[in-house]
Design a protein around this ligand. Structure first.
Ligand code: PHE
Ligand code: ZN
Length: 883
């Protein structure tokens, strides 16, 4: 158990390390319950060293067996070793060699941090603070060392032995049934990027020729028999490697790049140098087992981890406060990659939907924190949508502000100036300031101020003066610890759209020019007056979602329908429809609560119909346009006194209304879009399937027997997982006999495939009916379920808490009680997973009073439970804090 001494950790307290580590030699002899770890570190004092510095190494649940300094056993009075610290009070103030022997139990490691077992495979996870669970070490990212790793294991149990870098030697251990491998990584790296793997793994191999002509061996290791399901990931890897060369000039640097897929993993994947370790969910795919969305995620995650080789590994973070330096930047890079591989507009809309559902919701509640936090109690709790997704938005804003060319120059400078270093956000931003001679001081507020800025835009046209006046006012709501905020730099891509749908020339009346169509708001209130505006325009604001803000503009329903039909910016065409739908959903949620009749909006239905009928639009775009904002997002828009039943009812009614009103064209599209020929996972085919399945979903929302049998038929006839799942998921929302039959059939077909059974668990957890909670409880005892596997827990329990707003937020509080029980049961085993689950309660304050009280009581029950992990303790304390 980790202690909470030295916590909280504050950014302002950063001090460089007293000791540096030049080299690490590890010798790990894999054994299921007692793995000896011998570490030899070359240490040297850092800098001038005015006062002699003690040596304090981090540990976590460690067990010291032996300690030597420069080859001689250190007398017991010269050091103190506890499970979480090794202190040598008076080490020699010069370079020396420290040999540490610990012993760890991989089988008992249920936290999945440090050295653990996933099934029969030995693997490690060291980010953020897992290396200290293997050996005593200055476990902080600004200590970068060169690692040599010797792994030894039973040949039969672990024929494959891997670590970072290049293989230098391997062979049998004479006189035993064991063998060994020695790996050397020439690139200095922080301990969180260390990895080793041992097991009986199959391997798929390929090659890649880099832009300078070097040959790199690519290997993906998976469970025996699953080789064929790695081919898409391998293809994605090669495309990512090529893309990083062309888009950023970044070449791979080792002779081998390996990926290992394991079934038990707390997160998506990990970018260990030369040896990425993946949750197998983000590697394994075939047309029969994975949906188009799975393929898309695999492509993105493989690319993300690969891109970390430069943004994260070659240039790493000085300390964990700088997490967004690698994560926000790498998410930005993987989003750009996907946009280039697929459709830019569709990618952007998808990313913004994700941002709004996760990050905006986080920003609106008690767990809100800046992209670069100033304080943390438990760093594991900061792998958040804010650090990742909002972090990516800040990088994108730099590009909007400076233009693509200066942006690329800034990135080039960052790579050359900081290669091999542990850097900070300031150093990153300084590169962009330097190449563009721009003062980015105010921009830094995006990193330090939490909360989603709200921008109110008021436009008016003066027909006589032929001018258009745009008043912009920004405000940032208070967030924990930050009651008042300063105005930020908001880059707003804008256009004035004329009657014909053309963008009118933008000319400010004070002679300033609008560069690249971007207005930069820097004050609380600012007015821009456009001159020579020949006709009354409609303003298209925040095009492409140029800034991650909440925008409200004085646009009428007519204006929005006009933009939906004519805006040259596809994002804003989509946004216009979303805004219309959101307005209606907010009204109807309020009406439902007040038992008033719902409002109808034929204009919205017609606009959706026109979008569906527009043959010039990409199918995936049309599908997104027909998809209504989600319940979590509507709840966040309402903001307080939320009744999730009313939100659900309003949204369900609108889906049904769309399905009824557009039944004819939806059926037509459904028929017309049927694919012939074999399944292909490319974006265009996936887009057609997406539109077809969206049509089906809207038709089924009407609950008409005809639509239901269409879905039942599609379920049976499908020759790929995308269509089968889409039909099943449409059916799963209806209380009809076809549903149970199809769910049983699905389980019977795929019972042997855990990743597919996860889909089955999720579907059942997301049925919006009162019986669901009991069903979910019952499923926790199903033989396919296990609390020990994070994917199972996420598929069933997280899905219930996050994707079934109605049943999780049952008015009787039973949904909260279930989460509390689960969290308390999980916490002693896997605190990271438990902490993520308890975060589902974070938005309790925006609920209506009855549910609010029950959710708060649930959080308090967790908070007062004995011996909470630092992970869960931190979340519940922040969730309940009053400020
Ligand atoms: N660094 C991983 C990523 O690529 C995420 C991760 C964090 C994985 C912590 C494991 C543990 O985003
Ligand atoms: Zn990452």
């Amino acid at each position: 158990m980790r202690t909470e001494e030295a916590r909280p950790v504050r950014l302002k307290d950063y001090r460089p390390p007293d000791w540096l580590v030049e080299t690490v030699e590890l010798d790990v002899s894999l054994d299921s319950t007692a793995t000896p770890v011998r570490a030899a570190l070359t240490l040297r004092p850092n800098g001038s060293g005015a006062a002699p510095a003690p040596l304090v190494l981090d540990g976590d649940a460690l067990n010291l067996r032996a300690l030597k300094l420069d080859g001689a056993a250190l007398p017991p009075e010269q050091f103190v070793a506890t499970p979480d610290r090794l202190t040598i009070a008076q080490p020699p103030q010069r370079r020396f060699r420290l040999e540490i022997e610990t012993v760890v139990d991989p089988s008992a490691n249920t936290q999945l941090s440090g050295l653990y077992r996933s099934g029969a495979i030995y693997c490690t996870q060291c980010e953020a603070e897992g290396f200290r669970r293997i050996t005593y070490f200055p476990d902080r990212p600004d200590v970068m060392a060169v690692y040599t790793t010797r792994i030894e294991a039973e040949k039969a149990e672990a024929p494959v032995l891997l670590a970072n870098g290049n293989l230098v030697r391997s062979g049998d251990v004479p006189g035993t049934t064991r063998h060994f491998a020695v790996w050397h990584d020439p690139f200095p790296k922080p301990s969180y990027l260390f990895a080793l793997v041992g097991g009986n793994l199959a391997c798929v191999e390929d090659r890649f020729r880099t832009m300078s002509g070097r040959e790199v061996t690519l290997r993906i290791y998976v469970e025996q028999g699953k080789e064929r399901r790695c081919l898409y990931a391998m293809d994605a890897l090669k495309r990512a490697m090529r893309w990083d060369e062309t888009a950023f000039g970044r070449e791979y640097d080792l002779d081998i790049f390996m990926i290992v897929a394991v079934s038990d993993f707390n997160m998506g994947a990990m970018e260990n140098k030369g040896l990425n370790i993946f949750n197998d969910k983000y590697i394994l795919a075939s047309s029969e087992t994975a949906t188009d969305t799975d393929f898309e995620r695999i492509e993105a995650v493989v690319a993300h981890e690969y891109f970390h080789n430069w943004t994260g590994n070659r240039i790493t973070c000085r300390d964990w406060f700088q997490l967004c330096l690698k994560e926000g930047l790498t998410v930005f890079r993987d989003q750009e990659f996907s946009a280039d591989q697929r459709s830019r507009a569709v990618e952007r809309i998808g990313d913004v939907r994700g941002l709004r559902t996760h990050q905006f919701v986080e920003d609106a509640g008690p767990l809100a924190h800046p992209v670069r936090p100033a304080v943390y109690h438990e760093i594991n709790n900061f792998y958040t949508a804010t650090v990742y997704e909002k972090g990516a938005e800040l990088v994108r804003m730099l590009r909007v502000l400076l233009g693509a060319e200066n942006f690329r120059k800034g990135m080039d400078l960052y790579f050359s100036r900081h290669d091999g270093q542990a850097a900070t956000v300031e150093q990153f931003v300084q590169c962009f300031a330097d190449v563009s001679s721009t003062d980015l001081t105010q921009f830094m507020l995006w990193y330090s101020q939490a909360g989603t800025p709200e921008v109110v835009a008021t436009g008016s046209y003066d027909a006589r003066a032929k001018s258009y006046r745009l008043e912009l006012a920004q405000s940032i709501p208070p967030t924990p610890g930050q009651p008042s905020k300063q105005p930020m730099v908001v880059p707003l891509a804008v256009s004035l759209v004329g009657r014909e749908g053309r963008d009118l020339p933008l000319k400010l009346d004070d002679g300033r020019t609008v560069e690249r169509g971007v207005l930069t708001l820097t004050k609380s209130v600012e007015t821009f007056v456009f001159a020579d505006v020949a006709e009354q325009p409609v303003a298209s604001l925040n095009r492409g979602f140029s800034a991650p803000i909440k925008l409200s503009a004085n646009l009428s329903a007519d204006d929005l329908r006009f933009l939906a039909a004519h805006d040259a910016d596809p994002f804003n065409r989509w946004q216009a429809l979303q805004t219309l739908a959101t307005r209606l959903l907010l009204d109807n949620t309020a009406a439902s609560r007040a038992s008033r009749p719902a409002r109808h909006d034929p204009g919205l239905l017609d606009a959706l119909g026109a979008t569906l009928a527009d043959g010039a639009l990409e199918p995936a775009f049309v599908a997104l346009a027909l998809t209504l904002p989600g319940e979590a997002e509507i709840a966040r828009e309402i903001g307080h006194d939320v009744d999730p039943d009313a939100v659900f009812a309003a949204r369900a009614a609108l889906r049904a209304a769309v399905g009824e009103y557009l039944a004819g064209p939806l059926f037509d599209h459904y028929r017309r879009l049927s694919e012939s020929g074999p399944y292909r996972p490319d974006a265009a085919s996936a887009g057609r399937r997406m539109l077809r399945n969206t049509c089906l979903d809207l038709l089924v929302a009407t609950q008409q027997p005809e639509a239901i049998s269409l879905a039942a038929r599609q379920y049976q006839a499908a020759d790929n997982m995308t269509d089968r799942m889409a039909a099943l998921s449409a059916l799963s929302l209806c209380d009809v006999p076809e549903r149970a039959a199809a769910l049983d059939d699905f389980y019977a077909r795929y019972a042997d495939d855990p990743l597919i059974v996860d889909k089955w668990l999720t579907l059942q957890a997301t049925v919006p009916e009162p019986a669901t909670l009991d069903r979910v409880r019952a499923l926790t005892s199903h033989r396919a379920f296990s609390f020990a596997n994070p994917n199972r827990v996420r598929a069933l329990i997280h899905a219930f808490a996050l994707a079934n707003q109605k049943e999780f937020n049952r008015a009787d509080g039973a949904g909260y009680d279930f989460i509390v029980e689960t969290v308390l049961a999980l916490d002693p085993k896997n605190p990271q997973l438990a902490a993520r689950l308890v975060s589902a309660l974070k938005n309790w304050r925006m609920l209506e009073p009855v549910r609010r009280e029950r959710a708060e009581a649930a959080l308090r029950r967790v908070a007062t439970a004995p011996s909470l992990s630092p992970d869960v303790g931190d979340i519940v304390r922040r969730a309940l804090a009053k400020d």
